[in-house]
Design a protein around this ligand. Structure first.
Ligand code: AMP
Length: 301
């Protein structure tokens, strides 16, 4: 496994690998898995999928400053390069790209990539500028790596919607591959930020997956639960947990992220439905979601 810290070195390597393949009359399918590091089994699932579908797998590890707001956790975001490299090695990654901030943003930038409507709701509403930071860095990574496939977790469902829109609007020659949420045995969605949680907050945070899974069971059992009822139920169960402070609970279409009528029966929705939430425990903001298919069957839980 090769580790690159400079853009030109990674490009040189990719070019040479592609030339070698071309000389043998073969395509070199390349998969990119962009991350901010402090890798866990959620990231590993993306790498595993990428390994199965590509000849060459590139993992990027970059805590991207421009996607953090001024009062967010950029300075204390967890890092563990040694462990990340062990996990990458275990998943059969070919190249790890770990640039510095100076390498990615050497001069004050004048260009950013903005996806408009999809970024005005959910996390976009509570984290102004966040998605501009995400789409800008993902554009840069895609230009550097030129992958055939790029892998993103449904844990960040809005991110999947926003990046898919960007790729479509700007004709990036890449297929976005969404991957299901990986959870702990007790239901908590894996996240690098879980390390911030005190044992009490971690226990309290189980209310998130529990309320989503509860709703899923009801829809699957054929209950004619409406958008309004579902949202009230989730809000009530989270509010009963005194450590939880709700940022948002939203029920929207997926991937369009359009608001739905409160009297819409979930199981009868015309499109897929995203039930997404962001909740703070102490200073730690967690997100979680489920996606319901047209038939009311939950896809990614
Ligand atoms: P991050 O390092 O948090 O920016 O995440 C990098 C990628 O891993 C993103 O596409 C995330 O959606 C994905 N990811 C993070 N946590 C999970 C999880 N629990 N299950 C699946 N994918 C995840």
């Amino acid at each position: 496994m090769k580790v690159f810290r400079e853009i030109h070195e990674l490009r040189k390597y990719l070019k040479s690998e592609r030339l070698t393949s071309a000389a043998q009359g073969k395509l070199l399918l390349t998969g990119l898995v962009p991350t901010m590091g402090y890798l866990h089994e959620g990231h590993a699932s993306l790498l595993h999928k990428a390994r199965g579908e590509n000849d060459l797998v590139v993992l990027s590890i970059f805590v991207n400053p421009i996607q953090f707001g001024p009062n967010e956790d950029l300075d204390k975001y967890p890092r563990d390069e040694k462990n990340d490299l062990l996990l990458a090695e275990r998943e059969g990654v070919d190249a790890v790209f770990i640039p510095t901030v100076e390498e990615m943003y050497p001069t004050p930038t004048q260009t950013k990539v903005t996806v408009q409507q999809l970024t005005s709701t959910l996390c976009g509403a509570s984290r102004p500028g966040h998605f501009d930071g995400v789409t800008t860095v993902v554009s840069k990574l895609m230009h550097i790596v030129q992958p055939d496939h790029a892998y993103f977790g449904q844990k960040d469902a809005q991110q999947v919607a926003v990046i898919s829109q960007m790729v479509k609007d700007l004709n990036f020659d890449v297929r976005i591959v969404p991957c299901p949420i990986v959870r702990e045995n007790d239901g908590l969605a894996l996240s690098s930020r879980n390390v911030y949680l005190s044992p009490e907050d971690r226990n309290a945070a189980l209310v998130l997956s529990r309320s989503l899974l509860n709703l899923k069971s009801k829809v699957e059992a054929g209950e004619a639960i409406t958008v309004g009822q579902a949202s009230k139920e989730i809000i009530n169960s989270i509010s009963a947990e005194s450590r939880a402070v709700i940022d948002y609970v939203e029920i929207v279409t997926f991937p369009g992220l359009m608001a739905m009528k409160p009297d819409q029966v979930l199981a009868e929705a015309e499109e897929e439905v995203l039930i997404a939430l962001a909740v703070k425990f102490g200073t730690t903001r967690l997100i979680d979601n489920i996606i319901l298919t047209k038939k009311g069957e939950a896809l990614h839980v």
